[in-house]
Design a binder for this molecule. Structure first.
Ligand code: C2E
Ligand code: CA
Ligand code: CA
Ligand code: CA
Length: 278
C-alpha cells in the first residue's frame, strides 16, 4: 500500500482489505452471538388481497449487537453463508419461527410462518430430517410452515433440489421461490418442483407504476404461474398505486412497507388487528 499515487487502485485495494477485515470480525463474533442470545426473529405480514387478511408472516433474522446496535441480515447472512454458520443460525431461526407459529395457532390465529433457507442449508444431507424434527418438537402442523428458496440455489443443482423439495413437500411443508425475477426468470424448470408460489422480487416490480413494459412482464409471469398452478406473491409493496396495479395484474398476495415492516412478535397483534379491519 506504499503509494497513494496509485490513486483509485490503491483505494480499491484498501477498501477491499477493510471489508475483508470487517467480514472476518463479523464472522468471529457471530458464533458466540447465538449462545449470547443476540439474535432475534422479526416477522413481516403477507397479506391476501381479499380484504387484507394476514395469510402468513415471514421470519427475518436480526442481530442485536451489544455495541453496534441492530445489524441487518444483509450485512451478516453472506458472511454466515461463507463460514457455514448459517446452518446453525438457520436452524435456530426455523425453531424460533415454528415455536411462534405454534403459539399463534394456540391463540386461534390461522397464519402460516415463512422461513428463508440458504443454499448451505439445502446442501446439508439431513435437511428434511432436521425440518421434521423441529416440526415434531414444536408440534407445529407442517402445513403452517412455508420455506422460501431462491431460484439460483435450485438452478445450481436441479436434480438434488427436486428430491429435497419433494421430501419437504411430501411432509406437508409449503415451498415458495424467493426473489423471483433476479435470476433466470424461467418458470419452466419450476414445473418439475413442488412449488406452491413464486415471490416476485422487489426490483421486478419497482417501476411498475411508471413503466408499461414492467407491467406487461409482470402480467405474463402471473398468467404463466397461474397456468402452472402456482400463486404469486408481490414483494416490496410500498405504495397504494403499486398495490392496485399488482392486484389488477393478478398477484395473489402482497408483502411490503405499505402494510408493515418486519416487527418483533410482541408488536404484531396490534398491526394484525389494524390490517384485518382495513
Ligand atoms: P428477503 O428474503 O427477500 O426478504 C425481504 C426483505 O425485503 C427484508 O429485508 C424486508 O425487510 C425487506 N422489505 C420488505 N418489504 C419492503 C418494502 O416495501 N421496501 C423495501 N425497500 N424493503 C422491503 P431484511 O429483513 O433486511 O432481509 C434481507 C435478506 O436477508 C432477506 O431477503 C433474506 O435473503 C436474508 N435473510 C433474512 N433473514 C434470513 C434468515 O433467517 N435466513 C436466511 N437464509 N436469510 C435471511
Ligand atoms: Ca424471503
Ligand atoms: Ca425475497
Ligand atoms: Ca432478497
Amino acid at each position: 500500500y506504499s503509494s497513494k499515487k496509485r490513486g483509485k487502485n490503491t483505494y480499491h485495494l484498501f477498501s477491499k482489505t477493510e471489508s475483508l477485515n470487517r467480514q472476518f470480525e463479523i464472522g468471529m463474533e457471530m458464533s458466540g452471538a447465538l449462545e449470547r442470545e443476540e439474535f432475534a426473529v422479526y416477522y413481516q405480514p403477507q397479506i391476501n388481497s381479499l380484504g387484507g387478511h394476514v395469510e402468513s408472516l415471514e421470519a427475518l433474522v436480526r442481530w442485536a449487537h451489544p455495541t453496534k446496535g441492530l445489524i441487518s441480515p444483509v450485512d451478516f447472512i453472506p458472511v454466515a453463508e461463507e463460514t457455514g454458520f448459517i446452518v446453525d443460525l438457520g436452524e435456530w431461526v426455523l425453531r424460533r419461527a415454528c415455536q411462534q407459529a405454534k403459539l399463534w395457532q394456540q391463540e386461534g390465529k390461522n397464519v402460516k410462518v415463512s422461513v428463508n433457507l440458504s443454499s448451505r442449508q439445502l446442501q446439508e444431507a439431513n435437511l428434511v430430517q432436521r425440518v421434521k424434527s423441529v416440526l415434531e418438537e414444536t408440534e407445529l402442523p407442517p402445513r403452517l410452515l412455508k420455506l422460501e428458496v431462491t431460484e439460483s440455489v435450485i438452478i445450481n443443482d436441479l436434480v438434488a433440489s427436486v428430491q429435497l423439495l419433494k421430501g419437504l413437500s411430501d411432509m406437508g411443508v409449503v415451498i415458495e421461490i424467493d426473489d423471483f425475477g433476479t435470476g433466470y426468470s424461467s418458470l419452466s424448470y419450476l414445473t418439475q418442483l413442488p412449488v406452491s408460489a413464486i415471490k416476485l422480487d422487489r426490483t421486478f416490480t419497482a417501476e411498475i407504476v411508471s413503466d408499461e413494459r414492467q407491467r406487461k412482464v409482470v402480467e405474463s409471469v402471473v398468467k404463466l404461474a397461474h397456468a402452472l398452478g402456482m400463486s404469486v406473491v408481490a414483494e416490496g409493496v410500498d405504495s397504494v398505486e403499486k398495490l392496485k396495479i399488482l392486484e389488477q395484474k393478478g398477484c395473489d398476495s402482497f408483502q411490503g412497507y405499505l402494510f408493515s415492516k418486519p416487527l418483533p412478535a410482541n408488536q404484531l397483534p396490534e398491526v394484525m388487528n389494524q390490517l384485518q379491519r382495513k
